[in-house]
Design a protein around this ligand. Structure first.
Ligand SMILES: *Cc1c(COP(=O)(O)O)cnc(C)c1O
Length: 460
């Protein structure tokens, strides 16, 4: 088969899959052993025709796919993909550009340049901030904290990029007890160690206790300090008080990193923007494209108010040149930990061009509104309580004691109308609902609530 035909057929398959992704059961339906049997054909000596390979791949994989792209997947914080973003990502694969710099792909470099500017505008970040297109929130946190490490140590005369950490002044990290687990992994990767964290308690809603943060800063001896705050608690959606954290941290010469993997997008919605007040005063920010912006995996962004520290911590050409300094086009690889890398800018550019500023605002507002609809509908059912104040797109649900709640979650997952996961929050087992997909409608929420009501009746 000609390549043209194979690509067309593959595109057809994708279109059909996406068209039907909302129809079948949402969760996984096969056991790993049957998937293993389907994939483990035996590595042949001769290879197989491309057409056959794709046919076999589809046959083997489709039963093991989870409808995470569909409208009734509410597990973790999983976004869908806008049509233009998905197609731009298909083009990215077809074009196969190494987005290292403007020599390997001028188009990839400029698309990132433009999309990065749009992101800053929509999120209310300083126009002068540098940015990197990375694989996700984990990578964005790592890069933001690497820039922080560079900067706070440079301030005490230590060049961490050349000398490393042996013998360096200790770096203290103040972070909420409710920080995301990826922060600790980033600290481990950066050699600061998860043990560098001095934990600050969180309030009842899951946001950092700002008074305790101020007290911790006041009590701490002067020295390199990073304050790690959060926009969007993974359980409750609560956002830390960024304005207060930034003011207090800066009075103490500390760097403020904001982990806003999904919550940073609150800044794009008129009725949620207040949750991120003061956002522009931070030093670095991490967020995801693949969560709330609905760009296909993998897509994350890091922004930094100190481009010099950002480039010094990432670039491997010359630490003193920002973006290969002299070149007319920003070099994407100077701001990320990869050299050869996917041209991630195209899909983000497409999502933003398609949605526009108003479309992004609507996406955020609609997801929040649907989350409130969930809270209202589920909260009205017998024996069901909503365990958080729904400020964003996250809802926590209790069906009674831990055992009962886990039992109901398992029954919902078996039923397949929708998919929600479980969590432990403040010592209680709860169901966690995240509304993050641009294709989710009120009807999807109502259908999910009806299914849960039906399941509760059968379990009673
Ligand atoms: C999802 C999430 C992360 C990690 O992002 P990935 O894209 O999964 O790497 C970090 N912090 C928070 C608050 C998150 O919700």
């Amino acid at each position: 088969m000609k390549l043209q035909e194979l690509v067309s057929q593959t595109a057809e398959r994708i279109a059909t899959y996406r068209d039907k992704v909302g129809d079948g059961p949402v969760g996984p339906t096969v056991d790993p052993d049957s998937l293993r049997a389907a994939f483990a054909l035996g590595l042949s000596e001769q290879g197989t025709s491309s057409t056959q390979v794709i046919e076999r791949l589809v046959a083997a994989a489709e039963p093991g796919l989870v409808a995470t792209a569909g409208p009734r997947y509410f597990g973790f914080v999983v976004g869908g993909a806008t049509p233009a973003a998905m197609c731009a990502d298909l083009l990215t694969t077809g074009w196969d550009q190494p987005a290292f710099n403007a020599v390997t792909s001028p188009a990839a470099a400029v698309a990132e340049e433009v999309a990065g500017g749009w992101l800053k505008e929509i999120l209310g970040l300083p126009g002068s901030a540098s940015f990197g297109f990375v694989t996700g929130g984990q990578a964005a946190n790592t890069v933001g904290l690497a820039a922080a490490r560079n900067h706070v140590l440079a301030r005490v005369g230590w060049d961490v990029e050349s000398r490393g950490l042996p013998g360096a002044p200790a770096v203290r990290v103040l972070a909420s007890a409710e920080r995301h687990a990826t922060i600790d992994r980033s600290l481990r990767l950066l050699g600061l160690g998860a043990g560098a964290v001095q934990e600050v308690p969180a309030g009842p809603d899951g946001a950092i206790d700002a008074a305790m943060l101020v007290r911790a800063l006041d009590a701490a001896p002067a020295g390199p300090t990073i304050v790690c705050v959060q926009a969007g608690n993974v359980n409750t959606g609560a956002c830390d008080d960024l304005a207060l954290a930034c003011q207090a941290a800066h009075e103490h010469g500390a760097w403020v990193h904001v982990d806003g993997a999904f919550g940073l997008w609150a800044a794009a919605g008129p009725s949620t923007r207040h949750l991120t007040a003061g956002i522009e005063q931070a030093d670095s920010w991490a967020t995801d494209g693949h969560k709330w912006l609905n760009v296909p995996y993998d897509s994350g962004y890091v922004f930094c108010a100190h481009p010099g520290a950002h480039a010094a911590s990432m670039s491997f050409t010359a630490a003193y040149l920002v973006g290969h300094g002299s070149g007319p086009v920003r070099a994407p690889s100077d701001f990320v930990p990869e050299s050869s890398r996917r041209a991630r800018g195209f899909a983000t550019w497409a999502a933003l061009a398609e949605l526009g500023r108003g479309g992004v605002a609507q996406l955020v507002e609609r997801c929040c509104k649907l989350a409130r609809r969930f809270a209202q509908g589920l909260g009205a059912l017998d024996g069901v309580t909503i365990a958080n104040q729904v400020v964003l797109n996250q809802v926590l649900v209790s069906f009674g004691d831990d055992e009962r709640t886990d039992g109901v979650i398992a029954a919902i997952q078996r039923d397949g109308t929708c998919w929600m996961g479980g969590t432990t929050w403040r010592g209680r087992r709860l169901m966690r609902v995240s509304v993050s997909n641009c294709t989710t409608t009120e009807a999807d929420v109502d259908m999910s609530i009806a299914a849960i009501e039906r399941i509760l009746a059968t379990l009673a």
